[in-house]
Each structure stands twice: as structure tokens, then as C-alpha cells.
Design a protein around this ligand. Structure first.
Ligand SMILES: *[C@@H]1O[C@H](CO)[C@@H](O)[C@H](O)[C@H]1NC(C)=O
Ligand SMILES: *[C@@H]1O[C@H](CO)[C@@H](O)[C@H](O)[C@H]1NC(C)=O
Ligand SMILES: *[C@@H]1O[C@H](CO)[C@@H](O)[C@H](O)[C@H]1NC(C)=O
Ligand SMILES: *[C@@H]1O[C@H](CO)[C@@H](O)[C@H](O)[C@H]1NC(C)=O
Ligand SMILES: *[C@@H]1O[C@H](CO)[C@@H](O)[C@H](O)[C@H]1NC(C)=O
Ligand SMILES: *[C@@H]1O[C@H](CO)[C@@H](O)[C@H](O)[C@H]1NC(C)=O
Ligand SMILES: *[C@@H]1O[C@H](CO)[C@@H](O)[C@H](O)[C@H]1NC(C)=O
Ligand SMILES: *[C@@H]1O[C@H](CO)[C@@H](O)[C@H](O)[C@H]1NC(C)=O
Ligand SMILES: *[C@@H]1O[C@H](CO)[C@@H](O)[C@H](O)[C@H]1NC(C)=O
Length: 249
């Protein structure tokens, strides 16, 4: 095996970010939901990850200030109704991103866990992927927080709190990395709707609706209920936008 192939194979083993997603890192960010340790690509129950952000930690000592975020990399692009010119790319064709959690001003405590007294930039919203969609992939990124950090243009000017369905989509982690540097550590897990009986259309997302076609999207009642249950406050937004599928969070 050549050096490049060996490095690539090691990357596959050691990578703490999924597939060819970017930015990437080989350093593991510890994350624990209740008592369950996240290991890269582990499939977790929606119930476990529903309500509370995990404890995050690193097995080395850091000084300074950090930020952690959790991003779904598998939102079907069709769920963004205001079709813009550009989507931040998700894991595969026609999938994009959605921010689930963004906490800044973190410092490491003596046992390695991260703690902050600041309000979250985006409060934690539990995964609730669509009924009969593939399992979505949720990635944690730990970044060093630059002095006087403000959100880069791509991600700025949005309403992240209270939890917004749409303003949290199309979130760019690369834009954060461009100002904060490469992530220090990362980790990822998958969640699927517990009521899945099928897995949608393979890995590809659904491309944005073409308004000149006759296809009528159907609203997924079961997973809309899940979203409202797990992220109180979404109800109004869900009702207001009506028929386009929301089953992808
Ligand atoms: C956490 O784990 C305990 C012990 O297994 C369990 O009783 C409790 O319901 C769990 N809490 C959540 C939020 O999953
Ligand atoms: C995604 O975000 C970028 C930067 O804010 C914006 O230019 C683009 O229109 C957005 N795309 C969609 C589909 O919302
Ligand atoms: C950190 O805390 C300061 C002071 O409260 C606040 O202005 C700033 O927005 C916080 N930064 C982040 C990334 O949370
Ligand atoms: C780690 O330290 C923090 C701050 O002292 C504390 O709140 C937390 O319970 C500790 N966690 C563990 C697993 O010991
Ligand atoms: C939060 O505030 C408390 C009380 O002032 C302080 O003891 C603690 O160290 C602070 N934690 C962090 C992470 O800044
Ligand atoms: C951060 O802001 C403070 C107060 O405005 C300023 O004194 C300091 O130079 C800034 N630091 C950086 C690195 O821009
Ligand atoms: C996924 O999208 C790619 C790019 O358009 C296409 O080549 C491929 O056939 C699609 N796969 C499925 C299963 O739809
Ligand atoms: C939408 O569908 C029409 C009819 O099939 C096609 O001509 C048009 O190119 C499509 N537009 C986009 C943006 O895909
Ligand atoms: C799964 O289906 C059950 C029975 O209809 C329902 O109570 C539950 O809320 C559903 N779970 C989710 C996450 O949609």
C-alpha cells in the first residue's frame, strides 16, 4: 500500500467526521447522552437525544475558550422552501445541513468536560429526522473561539433562538472554520425515526421542488408531531408554512 492509500485508509479508521465531509479532524470529541457514549457513526435512539444536550469532553487539557456545535448533514434540500442559489452541501447530493446546537464561551473543567455560563448561540434542539427517511448524521465540532468572535457572514443575521426550522438550515461549518481554524475535535452519530418502515429514496436527498412540476409534497404528520414534541415552540412555524414536508430535522 502506498503512503497516500495508507493515509486514506487510516483516515477512514480514525476520522471523527463522516465520510468526505468537511471540515474534518482525527481527534475525538467526547460526548455523552445520559450515560451513552457517542462513538463515530453510532446509531442512537431519538428518545435518548431528544431533550438535552450531551456532556462534551476532551481527553487532553486545553486552556482558552471554545465553541461546540452539532450539525445535521443530511437535510433533504427540498425542505428549504425559499430556494436560494446555493446550499451548504450535506453528505450526499441534494442534502444540506441544519444547526442543532451552538454553545460558545466554553472552558474546560478539571475533569475534561466543557462548561459555559453563556447563553447558547443556538439552544439545543433534539434530532427528529423524517419518517421513512434514511438515518440522519449529526456531527459535533469543537472549535477554538477567536477573541471577540462573531458569526461569519454565511451564518450571521439569522434567528437561531427560539429554535427556527428554516434559519437553522443551510448552516456552514466551513465558514466557521475559516475564522476559527480547523476543528480541534469532532464526533458523530446517526438517528432515524423510530417509526420507520422504509428508508426513502436511498441516500440522495430530495432535490428542491420545481414549482413548474405537478408533484405535490405530503406533510408527514407523525414526525411533525415528534418535532413539536421535542422542540417546543416549533408548532407555530410548522403550522404557518403548511404543506411542504417538515420531516427532515
Ligand atoms: C437516563 O438513564 C437513566 C438510567 O438508565 C434512565 O432512568 C433515564 O430515564 C434516562 N434519561 C433520559 C433522559 O434518557
Ligand atoms: C444558503 O446560505 C447562503 C449564505 O447565507 C445564501 O447565500 C443562500 O442563498 C442560502 N441558500 C438557501 C437555499 O437558502
Ligand atoms: C461570550 O460571552 C460574551 C459576554 O457575555 C458575549 O458577548 C459573547 O457573545 C459570547 N460569545 C459566544 C461565542 O457565545
Ligand atoms: C466535571 O466537573 C464539572 C465542574 O466541576 C462538574 O459539574 C461535573 O459534574 C464533573 N463531571 C464528572 C463526570 O465528574
Ligand atoms: C460560571 O460561573 C460560576 C459562578 O460565578 C463560576 O464559579 C464558574 O467557574 C463559571 N463557569 C464557567 C465555565 O465560566
Ligand atoms: C477585542 O475587543 C476588545 C474590546 O473592544 C479590544 O480591546 C481587543 O483588542 C479585541 N481583541 C481582538 C483580538 O480583536
Ligand atoms: C443520486 O444523485 C446522483 C447525482 O444526480 C445520481 O447520479 C444518482 O443516480 C442518484 N442516486 C439515486 C439512488 O437516486
Ligand atoms: C422545472 O421543470 C421544468 C419542466 O420539467 C423544466 O423545464 C425546468 O428546467 C425545471 N427547472 C429547474 C430549476 O429544475
Ligand atoms: C411513533 O408512533 C407512535 C404511535 O403512533 C407515536 O406515539 C410516536 O409519537 C411516534 N414517534 C415519533 C418519533 O414520531
Amino acid at each position: 500500500m502506498g503512503a497516500a492509500a495508507l493515509l486514506s485508509a487510516l483516515g477512514g479508521v480514525l476520522g471523527q467526521t463522516p465520510g468526505s465531509s468537511h471540515p474534518s479532524t482525527t481527534k475525538n470529541l467526547g460526548a455523552v447522552f445520559n450515560t451513552t457514549e457517542v462513538t463515530p457513526n453510532i446509531l442512537l435512539s431519538e428518545e435518548l437525544v431528544d431533550d438535552y444536550a450531551p456532556t462534551t469532553y476532551l481527553d487532553e487539557s486545553l486552556t482558552g475558550t471554545y465553541m461546540v456545535m452539532l450539525v445535521d448533514l443530511a437535510i433533504p434540500q427540498s425542505s428549504i422552501t425559499t430556494t436560494g442559489p446555493e446550499f451548504y452541501p450535506g453528505l450526499v447530493y441534494c442534502r444540506t445541513t441544519r444547526l442543532h446546537w451552538y454553545q460558545g464561551n466554553l472552558t474546560q473543567t478539571s475533569n475534561g468536560t466543557f462548561a459555559s455560563n453563556s447563553s447558547a448561540i443556538a439552544t439545543y434542539g433534539g434530532p427528529a429526522p423524517g419518517l421513512d427517511d434514511i438515518a440522519h448524521t449529526y456531527t459535533f465540532y469543537l472549535f477554538k473561539q477567536p477573541d471577540n468572535f462573531t458569526l461569519p457572514a454565511w451564518d450571521a443575521g439569522r434567528t437561531y433562538n427560539p429554535i427556527s426550522v428554516y434559519d437553522r438550515m443551510n448552516f456552514s461549518v466551513d465558514a466557521i472554520a475559516a475564522v476559527a481554524g480547523a476543528p480541534i475535535a469532532a464526533n458523530y452519530f446517526r438517528v432515524q425515526d423510530p417509526n420507520n418502515t422504509a428508508y426513502g429514496t436511498a441516500d440522495n436527498g430530495t432535490c428542491p421542488l420545481n414549482s413548474t412540476t405537478t408533484a405535490t409534497p405530503t406533510r408527514d404528520v407523525a414526525s411533525t408531531g415528534a418535532a413539536m414534541r421535542s422542540e417546543l415552540g416549533w408548532g407555530l412555524a410548522l403550522v404557518a408554512v403548511a404543506t411542504v414536508a417538515f420531516s427532515m430535522l
